[in-house]
Design a protein around this ligand. Structure first.
Ligand SMILES: NC(=O)c1ccc[n+]([C@@H]2O[C@H](COP(=O)([O-])OP(=O)(O)OC[C@H]3O[C@@H](n4cnc5c(N)ncnc54)[C@H](OP(=O)(O)O)[C@@H]3O)[C@@H](O)[C@H]2O)c1
Length: 301
C-alpha cells in the first residue's frame, strides 16, 4: 500500500491537501479527445489514487470533452469528504478536438454548469480561469472580463474559490484587485522554469502553485542528468522529477497525470523520496544548461 503522507500538506482554498495529488487529463482518449481505450483502467486509476490518500484531483469538462468528469463521477461519486476536485474553464472543443476560447459570460456560465452536472456537485470547490490569450503559454493582456463573470458565479454560490491558469504575474495582481486567487496553475518542471520568481512570490502570500506538465507533459522529460541522478539514488527519473518539485517550494502542489495504474503507483511513491543536496544541485543545473539565465538560484546548495 502506497503512503503519500511524506509529501506533506499545504492549504488550497480553505482545505489542507496532500501535496501529492493527481491530474486527470490523461484519462481521456488520444489528444485528450474522446473516450479512453480502457475505461475500466481509467476508473481503477482514479480509485487507486483515492485508496493511496490522494485528496486533490485536477480536471476540466473540456477534457474529452465531458469524458474525464464523467469518469471521475462514475468511479468516485459519492465523493469522500476529504476529496477536493479542482476544475478549469475558458475553452471548448470543436468536433475535431481543436481547443477554442470560450470566455463570454454565457460560455463561462455554461462551463460551470456543465462541470457541476458532469461531476455531480452542487458547488465547485475551486475553478481555475485558464487564459487563452496565447493558449500555448502565459501572455500579457487583461483577464478582467472573464474574471468578473466568474466572481459573479462565485457570488451565486456555484463556486467556492477561484484560481488562475496559464497566467503572468501581472495577471495575478490584476485578479487580486477584485478577488482572492486560491491557486495558480502554470507549466513548470525541471526543464521549464520560467515561473521561478512567480512561485516564490506566491509562496510569500501562502498561495499554492500547481505545476502542470510536471513530468514534461505528452513527451515526458528526457535528460541524461536526470537519468544519472535516478540511477544513483535507485529511483525512476519520473520519481526524481516529482521529488525535485516537492523540494522546490512548500507551496507546490503536484498533479502528475497518468492513464495507468503502474505509473500512478510509481508517481505517488515519489512522495517519500528525499533528494540529497548534492543531487538537487545537479538537477537545478538542468534548466540552467538548457535555458540560460533565470531568477532563481537553486535549492540553496
Ligand atoms: N491548466 C492547463 O492548461 C493544463 C494543461 C495541461 C495539463 N493540466 C493538468 O495537469 C495535469 C498534469 O499534466 P499532464 O498529465 O498533461 O502531464 P505530466 O503529468 O507531465 O505527464 C503525463 C505524461 O507522462 C506519462 N507518465 C506519467 N507517469 C509516468 C511514469 N511514471 N513514467 C513514464 N511516463 C509517465 C503519461 O503517460 P501514461 O498515461 O502512459 O502514464 C503522460 O504521457 C493534467 O493531468 C491536467 O490535470 C493543466
Amino acid at each position: 500500500m502506497i503512503n503519500i503522507s511524506g509529501a506533506g500538506h499545504y492549504t488550497l482554498g480553505e482545505w489542507p491537501v496532500c501535496r501529492m495529488g493527481y491530474g486527470a487529463m490523461q484519462l481521456a482518449g488520444p489528444g485528450v479527445f474522446g473516450p479512453p481505450k480502457d475505461p475500466a483502467m481509467a476508473r481503477r486509476v482514479l480509485e487507486g489514487a483515492i485508496e493511496a490518500g490522494v485528496d486533490h484531483i485536477d480536471t476540466s469538462d473540456f477534457y474529452g470533452p465531458h469524458i474525464t468528469n464523467q469518469l471521475i463521477r462514475e468511479a468516485l461519486h459519492p465523493y469522500p469528504d476529504q476529496l477536493h476536485i479542482v476544475t478549469k474553464v475558458s475553452a471548448r472543443r470543436d468536433e475535431k478536438g481543436a481547443w477554442l476560447p470560450a470566455l463570454s459570460p454565457e460560455e463561462l456560465t455554461r462551463a460551470v454548469e456543465d462541470n457541476l452536472r458532469h461531476l455531480g456537485l452542487e458547488t465547485l470547490e475551486v475553478v481555475n480561469l485558464r487564459s487563452m490569450i496565447d493558449p500555448h503559454g502565459p501572455a500579457e493582456g487583461s483577464l478582467e472580463a472573464p474574471w468578473t463573470t466568474l466572481l459573479e458565479l462565485k457570488e451565486r454560490g456555484l463556486i467556492r474559490h477561484l484560481g488562475l491558469s496559464n497566467v503572468t504575474a501581472t495577471q495575478v495582481r490584476e485578479a487580486q484587485k477584485s478577488g482572492d486567487v486560491a491557486c495558480v496553475q502554470n507549466q513548470y518542471n525541471l526543464a521549464q522554469r520560467q515561473d521561478d520568481a512567480l512561485i516564490d512570490a506566491l509562496a510569500g502570500q501562502n498561495i499554492p502553485y500547481v505545476p502542470f506538465f510536471p513530468l514534461g507533459g505528452f513527451t515526458p522529460l528526457q535528460s541524461d542528468a536526470l537519468d544519472e541522478v535516478a540511477a544513483r539514488i535507485e529511483a525512476t527519473p519520473m520519481q526524481v522529477a516529482l521529488a525535485w518539485l516537492l523540494q522546490r517550494s512548500p507551496n507546490i502542489l503536484l498533479i502528475p497525470g497518468t492513464s495507468t495504474l503502474s505509473h500512478l503507483e510509481e508517481n505517488l511513491d515519489a512522495a517519500n523520496l528525499v533528494l540529497p543536496h548534492s543531487e538537487l544541485a545537479v538537477l537545478d543545473r538542468i534548466y540552467r544548461s538548457e535555458e540560460g539565465d533565470r531568477p532563481w538560484t537553486g535549492h540553496g546548495v
